[in-house]
Design a protein around this ligand. Structure first.
Ligand code: UDP
Length: 378
């Protein structure tokens, strides 16, 4: 870091793909809005600092999230400010050294947390320091109590419902600002047209493309859903993103498909893939939903993480931006309907655009920059 330039530390973890994507989107927006005026770093607090077994959280998250009943139970049992306080009190003697070491090793002018579990422990450490602390909530609607700690200077949320949740959890209303979920700039400024992208990617150019995603980890019954789509003999091509789930990718590659199928692992070009597709079938991840809304891509939600993603499903369905299809047959039925009647797809796509917040990352960048004393010249 250059001492004369303000420095921001982003606390995230690779539990899923959304926390990383959100930090990267904000950093990109800072660079676009304030080039070379701010330095930053991303710290995976779990992987780099937490004592074992918490340091394995990014590895533990995918298998744990595949046991919905356990996840849901854990979510409900911890979802209150009092319980979060109690859990942090119990964990404190165990984690405090790690958190203090983190603060020593990453001096900065502003801490930005994009992870629910980093707020209370770090804010507790900051008690006697002056570092400002901003939380950027990366869940959309069913926002867990752990996101909200009144000691934060500001809590940025994606929706009004997330703001109301915060107020209910005891946060001063003036501390919570609704901005949107930060999404990579490329989603907002696509330069290439769909056909060009398809040609470049080697996809069919004469068929509608169904994009199937299970979050950063290839979660939900992705394989079963892919097989059901394949067995339905739709007049379409299928693109499957297995994310970091290597076993899943291997199995998908060995399958004998009867439609044009392209399989990827974790991709870095999601804006291109969404721009070049006609329908998205996805787990109800907030990042993926927000990106699809900006891309105007009608959404079929085939699974959700119980608890934290429940509200996302209601939100998408109530806004008319997509449908909830928790069984592979329901996914197939919706696809059949949308392929038969493209105007239904277009209506859904325009509802997506209506709720999209493409400016969120840049707006957040401006808020953070102002906090470290950098503003746009008028
Ligand atoms: N993502 C990606 N490459 C992949 C799979 C996912 O860049 O191969 C990104 C996706 O675009 C989104 C994030 O990972 O930004 C997933 O976040 P989401 O909130 O949808 O789900 P999570 O994985 O956090 O549960």
């Amino acid at each position: 870091r250059q001492p004369e330039i303000p420095h921001i530390v982003f606390l995230f973890s690779d539990t899923g793909g959304g926390h990383r994507s959100a930090s990267e989107a904000i950093i990109e927006a800072i660079e676009l809005e304030f080039p070379n005026q701010i330095t930053y770093e991303m710290v995976d607090l779990f992987r780099d600092y937490a004592p074992p077994p918490l340091n394995k959280a990014p590895e533990i998250y995918p298998p744990l999230s595949r046991i919905p009943a356990a996840w849901s139970f854990g979510y409900r049992q911890t979802n209150s400010p009092r319980r979060i306080r109690n859990i942090n009190n119990v964990a404190w003697p165990y984690i405090r050294r790690s958190i203090y070491r983190l603060m020593e090793e990453h001096p900065c002018d502003l801490i930005v947390s994009v992870h629910p579990l980093m707020n209370t422990p770090v804010l507790r450490t900051l008690r006697n320091r002056r570092n400002p602390f901003i939380t950027v909530v990366t869940d959309m609607v069913s926002t867990h109590a752990a996101w909200y700690d009144n000691r934060a200077d500001l809590i940025i949320v994606p929706t009004n419902i997330a703001r109301e949740n915060g107020i209910e959890f005891g946060i001063d209303p003036e501390k919570i600002k609704v901005v949107g979920l930060p999404v990579a700039d490329k989603f907002c400024h696509m330069k290439e047209d769909s056909q060009e992208i398809r040609q470049r990617l080697g996809w069919p150019t004469d068929l509608p493309v169904i994009l199937l995603i299970g979050g950063g980890e290839g979660m939900g019954p992705l394989e079963k859903t892919a097989h059901a789509i394949n067995d339905a003999h739709l007049n379409a091509a299928l693109v499957i993103i297995a994310g970091r789930n290597r076993d899943l990718k291997d199995r998908l590659e060995k399958h004998n498909w009867n439609m044009p199928v392209t399989i990827y692992g974790f991709v870095k070009n999601m804006p291109d893939l969404m721009q070049a597709s006609n329908v998205l079938v996805t787990k109800a991840g907030p990042g993926t939903i927000s990106e699809a809304c900006i891309a105007g891509l009608p959404i079929i939600l085939y699974s959700k993480m119980p608890g934290q993603e429940d509200g996302n499903v209601d939100y998408v369905v109530n806004e008319g931006a997509g449908v909830w299809a928790p069984e592979p047959e329901m996914v197939v039925q919706t696809l059949q309907k949308w392929l038969r009647e493209p105007e239904l797809r277009w209506q859904t796509a325009s509802a997506c655009r209506r709720i999209a917040r493409p400016q969120a990352a840049r707006e957040i960048a401006r808020i953070l920059a102002a906090r470290v004393g950098i503003t746009h010249p008028e």
